[in-house]
Design a protein around this ligand. Structure first.
Ligand code: GRF
Length: 210
């Protein structure tokens, strides 16, 4: 058995993408993988309850507790480095990832975005706003993207995408839920499983899946 892929999962809120990872490891759809720890930038969120129920170590590192963002960033990287992880997973993480962390973990940080990048992404595009804009534009297809994180926002090499049809009468909340159920909770575990089993190589902006 080859060495398990060790994950640090960074969260900010409900943790439904974290739950999809926990469930994937439990049901065997994600192999060769273990969650070393969950790190939340917010106390008292659903993701922490999910980690506790799964017996996964969890830490809260809130920028508000530090005298500056730079000091927080250093503490965050020290915590992650201390865990000895192979991959950092941003699962509903609304934290600005410091460039120093991206440089320390090149093509070892992945993020899930609730749209088909390069659509509806970048500064200010997170949570419901993404779906509000998709509905406003009248797109017939939206979906989710898992990508490697680089120095720019939502701009790293794309690993997987999954399309979801917009339906008559969709509200942003209904659409968000469908994108989570039909896309996010499927491609995030699938991407982790591919990485854990050595199926991914990156060449510039191209991600090759063997
Ligand atoms: C949702 O907007 C989801 O689309 C995005 O992050 C938010 C919360 O995700 N990925 P989670 O339930 O905390 O995983």
């Amino acid at each position: 058995m080859s060495k398990k892929l060790r994950l640090a999962v960074l969260v900010s809120g409900g943790g439904t993408n974290l739950q999809a990872i926990i469930d994937g490891i439990a049901d065997g759809s994600i192999t060769n993988t273990e969650i070393a720890a969950v790190i939340s930038n917010n106390p008292g969120v659903g993701a922490l309850d999910r980690a506790a129920r799964a017996g996964v170590p969890a830490f809260v590192l809130s920028p508000k507790e530090y005298e500056s963002r730079a000091v927080f960033n250093t503490a965050l990287q020290e915590k992650i480095d201390s865990l000895g992880v192979d991959l950092i997973v941003l699962a509903g993480c609304l934290l600005k990832i410091p460039e120093s962390l991206v440089e320390a973990y090149p093509n070892r940080i992945i993020n899930i975005h609730p749209a088909l990048i390069p659509a509806f992404c970048g500064k200010g595009y997170y949570g419901l706003k993404v779906h509000e804009e998709a509905l406003k534009r009248g797109v017939k297809l939206t979906g989710a993207t898992v990508h490697f994180v680089n120095a720019d926002l939502d701009a790293g090499p794309i690993i997987l995408q999954k399309a979801v049809a917009v339906q008559e009468g969709d509200t942003p909340e209904i659409l968000q839920r469908r994108v989570m159920e039909e896309a996010e909770w499927k491609i995030m575990p699938e991407a982790i499983n591919l990485i854990a089993n050595g199926c991914i190589t990156v060449e510039g902006m191209q991600v090759h899946i063997q």
